[in-house]
Ligand binder design. Structure first.
Ligand SMILES: Cc1cc2nc3c(=O)[nH]c(=O)nc-3n(C[C@H](O)[C@H](O)[C@H](O)COP(=O)(O)OP(=O)(O)OC[C@H]3O[C@@H](n4cnc5c(N)ncnc54)[C@H](O)[C@@H]3O)c2cc1C
Ligand code: SF4
Length: 491
């Protein structure tokens, strides 16, 4: 096992993420040694540059006949491993942090005109017998209760206080290392809130099932000024590094529903995310890489504004989401998609730069999951492969879903003039700029008709205002330089 420098620094990873990964590795190393395994461990302090350097060194110290490693989560690493020339053969093992292998997903996808998540999800529900009745039909008669997962937040109930795991000496040592070695990376380590071993992750998940799951479904799409996590589970970071098992968490939630501990819409909503979306995005990634990373179908090239690195903007919803992402490495799905992602989409921010930002900032970010969600779902840069309609919305959506607007200097009811919410004019600018594309998309007809129904003078006034807002909000002098993702990919 190796904490290699190249992996810790190829994007500006959040310090919470580096600390979580290193501390979890060190705990796992100790557990393996206690169970009698010989572990060659390279700590970050030893300065090993790449995984290949670590592997070569380890091979000199043992009489291995074969090198077995887990299928990596990023395409660039897979290509690296496939290029290793070693004295022993390299075998890649299936990654058991997922329920559907890349090959199984590819065979499901074969011959289908459209890869709808909903169809894949139903098959996974049947295969793993989750939320099915005795006749094998979906509990409650329906596969999907999404319509009951969309309530906005009006602070009508208390948000339970999450317990913060107590950290042991090993994790404290890693926190000190990360603070010392990664001074320019985002992340406030004084607020470190993560479990770093499997028992701790299970305890966090148990807390979610007992205290938050029942309200998870209702407020899945809500935005709350007073809480970064509302009723969300905070399990992606543990699932993605193997501290929790996806099937076990789904079974536990299925059981909670059968025990009457949560309503069906909550259990189904959670299982749909883990069994459906999580597996589906990974399938899409491996099916379409490496070409997928080159997508930029809306030709978005505007540099990332500097406030993406400090949250210093007066758009309140955006500032809250950016600051908590930088500070904690966490934002829930609607913040990632409809606040930050929506802003990037409407402003046409550079696809590579935005993807790098998401890959660096979040504690659960690995390319297999970050790329389809960011490039595909949020930025619509994959020509509609992930989502048949862009997730573009005006300030009215953000107002409906939460309570940010009440304390904002902008007004979500205004589109132009002093105090108008920038999401509104940028939304119409986005519809207008790509109107020929939307004409061919049945799901965009309503928005297009609403735009074209406006009088020419009103449209002109909105576009003029939007152009001025765009210039004001996107400072071209201080942008973040994207890692050249495309050039790092082999042909
Ligand atoms: C632009 C964008 C970027 C994202 N980047 C990442 C990322 O780098 N890593 C990551 O794990 N998730 C990512 N997601 C998906 C989702 O936002 C996070 O998994 C979720 O917010 C994690 O918080 P949670 O554990 O509290 O999730 P909950 O809301 O409690 O959901 C439960 C679980 O469902 C799974 N899940 C839900 N939605 C998705 C999804 N769209 N794709 C994959 N899994 C999903 C996660 O494992 C999550 O832990 C991204 C979404 C968007 C829109
Ligand atoms: S008014 Fe606009 S910018 Fe302000 S919080 Fe609401 S949606 Fe965000």
């Amino acid at each position: 096992m190796a904490e290699v420098r190249a992996e810790a620094s190829y994007v500006r990873h959040n310090r919470h993420k580096i600390a979580l990964v290193f501390a979890a590795m060190r705990h796992f190393r100790d557990e393996l040694r206690e169970r009698g395994f010989a572990v060659h461990y390279y700590s970050h302090e030893q300065g090993v540059e790449t995984l290949l350097d670590a592997v070569r060194d380890a091979l000199q110290h043992c009489a291995a006949e074969v090198l077995r490693c887990c299928h990596p989560g990023e395409y660039r690493l897979l290509r690296d491993i496939q290029d290793w020339r070693l004295a022993v053969p390299v075998q890649l093992c299936e990654d058991d942090r997922f329920l559907a292998s890349a090959a199984q997903f590819a065979s499901w996808a074969e011959g289908r005109k459209q890869l709808r998540m909903e169809h894949f999800y139903r098959e996974m529900r049947r295969k793993h017998a989750l939320l099915l009745d005795d006749a094998g039909k979906p509990e409650g008669g329906k596969w999907n209760y999404d319509a009951r997962n969309r309530k906005g937040w009006r602070a009508e109930q208390a948000i339970p206080q999450r317990p913060r795991p107590r950290q042991d000496a090993l994790t404290e040592e890693v926190l000190a290392l990360v603070a010392r070695e990664f001074p320019d990376h985002p992340g406030d380590l004084d607020a470190f809130y993560l479990a770093t071993d499997a028992d701790g992750a299970r305890a966090q998940f148990d807390w979610f099932v007992d205290h938050a799951l029942d309200s998870f479904g209702t407020y899945q799409d809500a935005l709350a000024e007073e809480s970064p996590w509302l009723f969300h589970s905070l399990v992606s970071m543990y699932l993605n590094i193997g501290l929790l098992d996806p099937l076990q968490v789904c079974r536990r939630v299925d059981q909670a529903y059968r025990d009457g501990a949560c309503e069906l819409a909550a259990a189904e909503g959670f299982i749909r995310q883990v069994l459906g979306w999580r597996e589906y995005v990974r399938g899409i990634y491996w099916l379409h890489m490496p070409d997928y990373a080159n997508g930029n179908s809306l030709q978005a090239h505007t540099p990332l504004p500097a406030y993406f690195w400090d949250g210093d903007t007066d758009l309140r919803c955006l500032a809250v989401a950016l600051r908590q992402s930088l500070q904690l490495g966490y934002a829930h799905h609607i913040q990632r998609l409809m606040v930050i992602g929506n802003f990037c989409l409407l402003a046409g921010l550079d696809v590579d730069a935005v993807c790098d930002w998401y890959l660096g900032v979040y504690v659960d970010a690995y390319e297999w999951v970050e790329l389809p969600n960011t490039l595909g779902m949020a930025l619509h840069a994959d020509d509609g492969l992930m989502a048949s309609k862009p997730y573009a919305a005006s300030g009215k959506y953000i107002q409906r879903q939460g309570n940010h607007c009440a304390g904002c200097r902008y007004d979500p009811r205004k589109t132009t003039g002093e105090g108008a919410c920038p999401y509104n004019s940028l939304y119409w600018r986005f519809i207008d700029r790509h109107r020929d594309r939307w004409r061919a998309n049945p799901r965009m007809q309503l928005s297009l008709r609403n735009w074209e129904r406006k009088k020419a003078a009103e449209r002109r006034a909105i576009l003029d205002w939007a152009e001025a807002e765009f210039t004001r909000l996107v400072d071209p002098g201080t942008h973040h330089q994207a890692r050249r993702r495309k050039k790092t990919l082999p042909p």
